[in-house]
Design a protein around this ligand. Structure first.
Ligand code: IVH
Length: 686
């Protein structure tokens, strides 16, 4: 390559990487897979080194993104470094040789930890209390996201144990109970770890979002990053974020500590330390662990992208030191991403419940991570155009969070003639109504309310488990009911008769009766379920519940102004607008009148939600309290957003104990759950 060509290639790579980096950090959504990013970065590094063209602004010289604007910035006194990566097992041996040479002996050991694929966070505790939670940002400064961090249940607000003292004897344990733990911590300590989302929770969250016509997240990592950068902690509290701790920073000059000990301490303090970790006597052990975990990883409930190998002994870490970007005492071995190549034989369009049109790649069947993939989502028009995906293309597909495979990029074959660029049709593929795209939205929409796929999925939603829960009213029956013209809107369901049902396929008299009974029984469903079943855009289970609690009846809900709606905790202008426009629509008004006349519940018995002070917190009640009944305490907790469970577990945040508290209190002590008396409990909410 001529130097001028190298220069051009370098500029090109820099631009691509910068864009990808911004998308990842600032917009919390990815443009390329990690593997692709690392490949480009390696290519750039090689070119820069070969042609001696490094510049300070190159992505090879930086760690991460800039912090985003909306949060206060915090400086990291101990920088949050990144790790050197390798996909090659041979390079692990090189790493080990380097360590041996630098130390001049072989008396070190390793610890292998799973590399959790989420977002790094830093927690600061003073006198045992959490006072700061921050993102990594560019490694030297990040965002102060403390209110969001406080909603994560795996993160203790207060450390449960004095990490500097052993309390093995009974006497010591007694001393621990009587003297307040806050006096016994090192004044300051930090915990670092990975915030992440479990695959099943991620999949559920995404399908809820899809149903509500909201943009879905590409993978659990983006969902985590996107969530932790939200401005409203109440929303964060509802998202299933978890955390594994992987580092403890205590400034006590104990140079003999090991990583194995630190992780054990973290557990005693109430954190979830990396659950896959293994001590390794040497690099051969490390190779064995990698082999074992590579096989295990597809069965894990979360995503992992590799194994982190760290020197176990703190004193050797100090000797090895670090470069500007990464420590010399650790390295990440990355697993190959689970990708496969297939061909798109067709791009089809799917019509959602609210008319959203989602383009889907129909693929030649290919096996990927244990299942056969035939379809992959293409998200929306912009996404297709940005990646320039066309019918007939060979594409790389990747599993994003287990369930939905997605198209990563096109594999361009130089000699092959390609199909025409993708073009969104002007009309709905199902009903031929004109499609519209609102300026602030990524999706095209079919606005014909009577569009058959929309009618079908509205009915499916109405009958679903979290809504009216009508047994026997599944996809197959609904398809027939709609095709036969027996049902077009919800009230029609309540006018079905055995005579109308029996002629349907696979519908005997008995099943017809059962179905009619199940439909009849749904009239007992409480207001919040009915409200959810109506399928108002942006109104999911939680919003429906909050609305039903705050307004208690349909009349007051339909009368509420957008401003009044916004006073409810989980509701912002977008949801309020959608609720208003649903109830303003004369057709909807007529339908609701019919449903009310049929006897559905449009009034709720539950109380107002008063605050979110206890959001995300789980309580157990035990014993009798001096001034209130258990039911009163229960409703106090609920109206402040807390949750009641019947037994104490490690997920319990507080046990409120009165007189004659029994085994629950013992359990609470065993699990070191905070115990409150009535006064302390009341103080929490007042
Ligand atoms: S140690 C200086 N341990 O990987 C070393 N990192 O590429 C700091 N990560 O920013 C990191 N699991 O977000 C470490 N068991 C683990 C990890 C882990 C995931 C992430 C972390 C870090 C990134 C580095």
């Amino acid at each position: 390559m001529k130097p001028s060509e190298a220069r051009e290639k370098i500029n090109n790579l820099k631009q691509q990487l910068k864009k990808a980096n911004d998308a990842y950090y600032q917009e919390a959504s990815p443009l390329m897979s990690d593997h692709e990013f690392d490949r480009l970065l390696d290519e750039l590094r090689l070119l820069e080194e070969t042609y001696d063209l490094q510049t300070p602004d190159s992505p090879t010289q930086r760690i991460g993104g800039q912090p985003t604007k909306e949060f206060p910035t915090v400086i990291h006194p101990v920088p949050m470094l990144s790790l050197s990566n390798t996909y090659s097992r041979n390079e692990l041996d090189d790493f080990d040789r380097r360590v041996k040479n630098l130390l001049g002996h072989e008396n070190y050991s390793y610890i292998a930890e799973l590399k959790y694929d989420g977002m790094a966070i830093r927690l600061r505790y003073e006198h045992g209390k959490l006072i700061l939670g921050a993102t990594r940002g560019d490694g030297t400064q990040g965002d102060d996201i403390t209110p969001n961090i406080r909603t994560i249940r795996d993160i203790p607000m207060e450390i449960k144990f004095d990490p500097l003292e052993k309390k093995d004897s009974l006497k010591e344990k007694e001393a621990y109970k009587t003297s307040p733990p806050s006096d016994r911590y090192p004044d300051e300590l930090e915990v670092r770890g990975e915030a992440y989302m479990e695959l099943s929770a991620f999949a559920k969250m995404n399908s809820d979002r899809e149903e509500q016509g909201e943009a879905t997240f590409a993978n659990p990592r983006n969902a985590t990053a996107g969530t932790l950068k939200l401005q409203d902690p109440a929303i964060v509290a509802r998202r299933p974020i978890r955390m594994f701790a992987y580092d403890l920073l205590i400034d006590d000059n104990n140079k003999n500590r090991t990583q194995v000990e630190k992780l054990n301490l973290l557990e005693k303090m109430g954190f979830r330390a990396c659950e896959y970790r293994e001590w390794c006597a040497g690099i051969n052990d490390v190779h064995n662990v990698i082999e074992k975990w590579a096989a295990l990883r597809k069965d894990l409930p979360y995503e992992t992208d590799g194994v982190v190998i760290k020197i176990n002994e703190e004193r050797y870490r100090e000797i090895l030191g670090e470069t500007a970007k990464a420590p010399r005492w650790a390295i990440a071995y990355k697993f190959e991403a689970e990708q496969a190549i297939s061909r798109i034989h067709e791009i089809t369009l799917q019509v959602g419940r609210l008319g959203t049109i989602t383009p889907v790649a129909e693929l030649d069947p290919v096996s990927l991570a244990g299942s056969t993939i035939r379809r992959a989502t293409l998200h929306n028009e912009d996404e297709i155009l940005r990646k320039d995906i066309r019918k007939g293309d060979q594409v790389v597909i990747e599993k994003a969070g287990e369930i939905i495979p997605q198209v990563v990029n096109v594999v361009l074959q130089e000699k092959k003639k390609r199909g025409a660029p993708f073009k969104m049709p002007e009309n709905c593929p199902a009903c031929h109504a004109k499609l519209v795209r609102l300026p602030e939205e990524a999706a095209w929409r079919c606005t014909n309310n009577q569009c058959p796929p929309q009618v079908r999925s509205r009915l499916e939603h109405f009958a679903s488990r979290d809504a009216m829960d009508i047994d026997g009213l599944g996809e197959a029956v609904i398809n027939q009911l709609v095709a036969e013209g027996l049902v077009t809107k919800f009230p029609d369901l309540y006018h079905l008769t055995p005579e109308k049902l029996v002629p349907l396929e696979r519908m005997a008299e008995k099943s017809a009766d059962n179905l009619i009974q199940a439909i009849e029984k749904s009239k007992e469903k409480p207001f919040e379920k009915v409200l959810y079943a109506l399928g108002i855009r942006f109104v999911g289970v939680t919003v429906a519940r909050d609305l039903a609690r705050a307004f208690t009846s349909l009349e007051s809900l339909t009368k509420a102004s957008e401003e009044e709606l916004c006073r409810v905790d989980s509701i912002g202008p977008r949801i309020a607008g959608s609720v208003r426009s649903f109830f303003k629509n004369p057709e909807n008004q007529k339908m609701i009148e019919e449903l009310a006349a049929l006897g559905l519940q449009f009034r709720s018995e539950s109380q107002h939600q008063v605050s979110n002070k206890l959001a995300g917190k789980s309580f157990v009640l035990t014993g009798s309290m001096p001034s209130m009944k258990r039911s009163e305490a229960k409703s106090l907790i609920e109206i402040h957003g807390g949750k009641i469970t019947s037994s104490v577990s490690k997920y319990t945040d507080f046990v409120v104990a009165g007189e004659e508290a029994g085994s629950k209190l013992d359990n609470a002590r065993k699990l070191r759950v905070t115990v409150l008396d009535e006064a302390a409990f009341l103080k929490m909410i007042n």
